[in-house]
Design a protein around this ligand. Structure first.
Ligand code: PEP
Ligand code: MN
Length: 334
């Protein structure tokens, strides 16, 4: 059960509501986000919701039987649009493309990517400065120096940035240089990291784990929400299956199902989703048909020379072509 607390409710009223809930055999969690206050009540007993609804200080009360609560569609009227800043929003009908290299490599690369994005009306640039790599000998990112330079160049051009945070200790140092924190597939169930990102007032793009179920993704998002941050974007990036003819199995189904089960925006990552450059456009378009609120894709001036994930990275010509096609695809699903 989710109890929404009125904005102007007093502590005394909240205490009374909690006591009533407890007396009905329910335990409760007190949750305060940047936007609202909730009591998440866990219990098995059938109760008449009106008994709670009548209490002073209660704005609304909902029965939510899903394991995830605040991320569920069952209580929220309408869909959530996440505000990225600068008038840029994603979700509830607003679509965004996030494009850029797998890894931030150099000043020239940043400048050239920003030019490509500006020329094509893209407002959010992706790129990693802390890279999770299978081999410790691979390029692992430029770290904070790269991030500071990137942020400076991007903000001068009114471009927002999304980049991966890999551990709790990085949140504070990255905070002022990031517009969206990305949680990668390998950290999708790093609950300590999710707890801490819940205490930050910045959007979080949360990727599905390589072997994570849809429900596990929503429960991970619940960690962020229940710690106080409602600005969450879900991301399908493919899962690992027995198939070996491509990198990951892009679960297009998951996009549709996530959009039904959750009010949060859902973004597709076709680059990691299939992992093969020549197929990325088809999967991006399929994701839009499935209801994606955005696409995050890897783009590089010269993919053959990219420090990471070149095999799935589009060059500027391919990127432009796909951006045009995505515009047309959006018209069909609006
Ligand atoms: C990435 O975005 O470059 C990345 C490492 O993604 P994922 O966590 O989905 O593998
Ligand atoms: Mn990558």
């Amino acid at each position: 059960m989710i109890i929404q607390i009125q904005k102007n409710a007093t502590e005394q009223e909240v205490k009374k509501i909690s006591a009533s809930v407890q007396s009905m055999g329910y335990s409760f969690n007190n949750i305060k986000t940047q936007f609202a206050r909730y009591l998440i009540c866990i219990g098995k007993k059938e109760i008449d919701l009106r008994e709670i609804g009548f209490l002073s200080g209660v704005a609304d009360v909902f029965k939510v039987s899903d394991a995830y609560k605040l991320t569920s569609t069952k209580w929220k009227v309408g869909k959530t649009a996440v505000d990225i800043g600068g008038g840029i929003r994603i979700g509830n009908g607003e679509f965004q493309i996030m494009a850029g290299p797998c890894s931030i490599e150099s000043e020239e690369q940043i400048v050239s990517t920003i030019e490509h994005l500006k020329a094509n009306g893209i407002k959010i640039m992706r790129g990693g400065v802390y890279k999770p790599r299978s081999s410790p000998y691979s390029f692992r990112g430029l770290g904070m120096d790269g991030l500071k330079l990137w942020y400076k160049l991007a903000s001068e051009s009114n471009i927002k940035i999304i980049t991966e945070v890999m551990q709790v200790s990085q949140i504070e140092e990255m905070h002022d240089y990031v517009d969206i924190f990305q949680v990668g597939a390998r950290n999708s169930q790093n609950f300590n990291l999710l707890d801490e990102l819940g205490k930050v007032d910045k959007p979080i793009l949360l990727k599905r784990g390589m072997s994570g179920t849809i429900e596990e993704l929503l429960q991970s998002a619940e960690y962020v929400f229940s710690n106080g941050n409602e600005k969450i974007i879900l991301c399908e990036r493919g899962i690992r299956t027995y198939e070996t003819s491509y990198r990951n199995t892009m679960d297009i189904n998951a996009i549709t199902i996530l959009k039904d089960k959750s009010h949060l925006p859902v973004v597709a990552d076709p680059s990691h989703g299939i992992g093969v450059r020549k197929y990325v456009d088809k999967i991006a378009l399929a994701s839009i048909m499935a209801g994606a609120d955005g696409v995050i894709m890897e783009v590089h001036e010269c993919p053959q020379k990219a420090f990471s994930d070149g095999q799935q990275t589009l060059d500027y010509g391919q990127s432009k072509d796909l951006i045009d096609k995505m515009g047309k695809a959006r018209e069909l699903v609006k």
